[in-house]
Design a protein around this ligand. Structure first.
Ligand code: NAD
Length: 471
């Protein structure tokens, strides 16, 4: 039984002042595997004070020094790649395929930021002035459970590149993954106080970070509802915020698309990260006159989707992270049927032989109408909604008829055609005939999917404050 009873402040592992504990539960067996001691407001204030002190000198580091720190972080994290994958699969239940990619993204965050720094100008002439981009200060980093270490690494890498110091509050459900990452960061040997971490609840540690006057910015990834409460709290001290929130991404199959290719891709894509992905294409928009063919191909594809042991390299969909998440997804599957959508595959209940964990059947609804709650709300599980459209105009209108705007996908045989449609979609990232990640291009949402962008130059600029100098 693991007991995680240390946080990380001022370059040291320390015992928290908080004494409450949170149980760590295996998503595969639902048995307790350990517990984490939760930090409190006192712990958070200590961590903020350490980061504030460290910022005084860290802001003065040269670009070359920061590049060297980023390389040290990359090397220290890379050394433990296999262990990081293993603990992620065990604690979170993500599939081996997904966790390998996620840990690779985490490692690459540091080298990507080195690449960005090579060409970045911290000072440039504008008008008659010189504009200096100054380090913002102490950044509060708050992350969810669905790719925990990757979010922490990306945000921390950007902070280091900008000369900022950080206090991280990860999801309490990711404590074992975080502990291993902490060991890597400790080994990287950065100046003390640059990185600090407090395990704890959102309403306690997260809220303290949000309200504390010595935090200059919150970089948050998580649900839209929590993001709104952070934005409201942050405005009191005029903190900068970057909010990476939820999504309900459309996947538009244009009338010239090769269905035999596009539909299996759409089905597997919807189940990325077992459906617990903010960018999952969960609304599949198809020409009405091709609905029958689409249904047949989707049914064939879903039969190939393997739900099961996340450690098995062939598994596509693992268990959901918690019983709570499982129940939430079950409620949506029930709701879809009540709303009148046709169940094409899956449904409520657990797949045979997988009763002990939080496993959900790979589910597809067809003939879904976009006003239905299953088409509007983020389900965050392996549930795909097929929505028919009559004209391309209507497809674009349906795609944009959502409060979200994180990602969108388009399938077409003609690149110009796809690009014409892409220009009319309100989403931060549009992928044409592909499911790709570009870690140097900006990532973030339109509308209620967030505020600001992460990654690359756009991400770095959000950790900097422009100062105009006139003489
Ligand atoms: P969540 O919003 O419940 O929690 C995220 C983090 O916020 C956790 O660390 C939590 O403890 C903390 N938190 C909760 N209440 C808080 C408060 N009042 N003040 C400060 N912090 C608080 O999200 P989750 O359930 O952990 O993750 C799933 C959500 O994350 C989904 O909605 C998903 O779409 C979103 N997400 C978005 C992106 C993106 O890049 N846009 C990526 C991954 C996940």
């Amino acid at each position: 039984m693991k007991r995680i009873d240390q946080m990380y402040v001022n370059g040291q592992f320390v015992t928290p002042h908080g004494t409450e504990t949170f149980d760590l539960i295996s998503p595969v067996t639902n048995e307790k595997t350990g517990e984490v001691v939760l930090g409190d407001e006192t712990d958070t204030r200590l961590a903020i004070a350490a980061a504030k002190e460290a910022f005084k000198t860290f802001r003065k580091t040269t670009v070359e020094e920061r590049m060297a720190y980023l390389q040290q972080l990359h090397d220290a994290v890379s050394k433990r790649e296999d262990e990081l994958v293993k603990v992620m699969v065990e604690e979170y239940g993500g599939t081996l395929q997904f966790c390998k990619a996620s840990v690779k993204n985490a490692m690459d965050s540091f080298t990507n930021m080195i690449q960005v720094l090579r060409n970045f100008e911290f000072e440039k002439p504008v008008g008659e002035s010189r504009v200096r981009l100054e380090s913002l200060g102490v950044v509060g980093i708050i992350t969810p459970w669905n790719a925990s270490n990757s979010f922490i690494c990306n945000k921390f890498a950007t902070a280091v590149a900008a000369g900022c110091t950080v206090v991280v509050k990860p999801s309490e459900m990711s404590a074992a993954q975080t502990q291993l990452l902490l060991e890597c960061f400790h080994e990287a040997g950065l100046p003390k106080g640059v990185f600090n971490l407090v395990n704890g609840l959102g309403a306690v540690v997260g809220a303290e970070l949000t309200s504390h006057p010595d935090i200059a910015k919150i970089s948050f990834t998580g649900s839209t509802i929590t993001g709104k409460s952070i934005a409201k709290g942050a405005v009191e001290t005029m903190k900068r915020v970057t909010l990476e929130l939820g999504g309900k991404s459309p996947n538009i199959i244009l009338d010239d698309a090769d269905l035999e290719k596009a539909i299996p891709m759409a089905v597997f894509g919807a189940y990325m990260n077992s459906g617990q992905a903010c960018i999952a294409p969960t609304r599949l928009l198809v020409p009405e006159n091709k609905l029958e063919a689409v249904n047949a191909l989707a049914k064939l594809a879903v039969q190939q989707v393997q739900v099961g042991d996340p450690m098995d390299a062939n598994t596509h969909v693992g268990p959901l992270v918690s019983v709570r998440q499982f129940e939430r997804v079950q409620d949506y599957i029930q709701l879809g049927q009540e709303e009148g959508a046709e169940l094409l595959a899956g449904g409520t209940g657990k797949p045979e032989g997988l009763e002990s964990g939080n496993f959900v059947k790979a589910t597809i609804f067809t003939n879904v109408r976009n006003h239905m709650r299953i088409a509007q709300e983020e389900i965050f599980g392996p549930v795909l909604s097929i929505i028919p459209y009559k004209t391309e105009e209507e497809a674009i209108a349906i795609a944009n008829d959502t409060s979200y705007g994180l990602a969108a996908y388009i399938s077409s045989a003609d690149s110009e055609h796809a690009n014409r449609v892409a220009a009319q979609i309100d989403a931060g990232r549009v992928m044409i005939n592909a499911f790709k990640h570009d870690p140097l291009a900006p990532f973030g949402g339109f509308k209620q999917s967030g505020i600001g962008r992460e990654y690359g130059v756009y991400g770095l600029e959000t950790y900097l404050e422009p100062k105009t100098i006139l003489e």
